[in-house]
Each structure stands twice: as structure tokens, then as C-alpha cells.
Design a protein around this ligand. Sequence first.
Ligand code: SAH
Length: 269
Amino acid sequence: MKTAETSTRATSDGPPGYSHVYFVGAGPGDPELLTVRAVRLLALAEVVLVDDLAGEAVLALAPTARIIRVGKRGGCASTPQSFIERLMVREALAGRRVVRLKGGDCGVFGRLAEEIAALDAARVAWTVVPGITAGIAAAATLGVPLTDRERAHGVAFITGHGAEGADVDWSAFAHSRLTLVAYMAVARVGMLASNLLQAGMPIDTPVIAVERVGSMSKRNLASRLIDMEASFKASGLASPAVLLIGEAMRERALALMVGDAVRLPAQVG
Ligand code: SAH
């Protein structure tokens, strides 16, 4: 029988009834920022495997699904990646409608490639439904274009994890005139700053940290690259937060630093 789900799937990588997993981007936590497709798939889901960054308000849209929490937030007890993959395959092969829900967009620091490889190996079909990634949501709350044509040549999503590794070309980033959007950087703010400064990025490069975008307790903190470790530590910056680094942030960072009571758009959190 043809269901609403099979008739409208985005990829036709299997006949109707074939085992199928939907990777769904949950956005930054506010259900109003989900795609219509995400809302529909959550309503139809029988099993939802969810990361800890996907908010409770989003899960409420899957009232009949079994919710399996497989989060692995840094520092807390974590679910091994291989276990998540096995579980996803098992549920799909059992013929259940599986949604793999991830915070933001599944393809931005979401281990999507590994999970797709596991499904491919088990001959389970899949579809990726895009979500609003934290960096895009953060820029929207600030009202700052990441690709401001006067000030940025483009945008790069980077991870603070890379701050520890030697294989990142910091010099390329430092001289790129790209807006850098750094994920998973809170614990590595100092290392990130020193890598960029050593690579020649100007010391007064503006940085805005957006904490818990999509929630009522969202905070924006501004600094210069040279001071960002001390300044963000003093403000108690906590995960999850994204750092937006580059000239496109200049005016908004200055306004935040002087405590200007600029009213920010309220559509995200
Ligand atoms: N796939 C996610 C990113 C996962 S990596 C996305 O597209 O948004 C986890 C990192 O995402 C966190 O360390 C943080 O840098 C960022 N992040 C996720 N949710 C966030 C939120 N609500 N507010 C700020 N940053 C967030």
C-alpha cells in the first residue's frame, strides 16, 4: 500500500515498503524553524533516534514514536557511534518508520557520512531532510549576513576540534576574508584564538558567540579575537555555542560591546 511517506520521499532509492531511514535536521531547537517535511515525518515516525541537541519541543511533534536518546554530548556519558548505527539498521530492517533526528542540519558536523555508510552496507535506503544549522540560526538572530558583500568573501563552517590538530590550514582561514563559524569551540576558545592570531589574523577581528540559539535563554557575547578567551571565560560562555568570527560581525559586535540596547529580531528564541 502506498503511504503518504513513501509517495513523497525525496529520493527513490527503493520500492515502497523498502527499509528506509530519514535523516532529519531538527534546527536549533525552536519547532517553528523545522521544515514542513520534518514535521510530517516526525508525525509519521514509529522510532526516533535523537541527539541531545534536538530540543524537547521538537520531540513533542512525534507523539506516537518510540524516542531513543543516543546523544553524546562532550563530557557526558556517550553512546558509541557503532551502537547507534546498528540500532538504526535494526529498526529499519524491522520495517519501522525510522527518523534519525539531529540538531541543526545533519550534514554539519553530524557524522552523517558514517551513518549513511552503515545504511548503505545494510542495503537500507535513506533520505536527508535539511535543517537550519546553528551558525545560520545564530546569524539570523543577530541580523548579520554571514556573506556581507562589503566585508566577507564567503563563509566557512569550522570546528574547534580542529584547534588541537596540526592538519588545519589556519593561515588559509586567517587570510581568507571568510566569516568563520566555529562549532564545538567553547572548550577550545583559547587554542582557536591563538591559532588564528599566529596565522596572522588581525587582533581586533570581531567575534560574537551565540549561546543556546533557538532557546529562551539565548545569549550573545562579543569580543575581539585577541581578548576572546578571557572575555568569554569571564562571561561563563557554555556549550552549546557557536562563534562567528570576521569583519561581517564588526558593527553588531561593537553594538554588543558598548551595551547598545539594539532590539534584535525575535524570530529565533
Ligand atoms: N549539526 C549541528 C551541529 C552539531 S556539532 C548543527 O547543524 O547545528 C555541535 C555544535 O553545534 C555545538 O558544539 C555548538 O557549537 C553548535 N550548536 C548546536 N546547537 C546549538 C545551539 N542551540 N546554540 C548554539 N550552538 C549550537
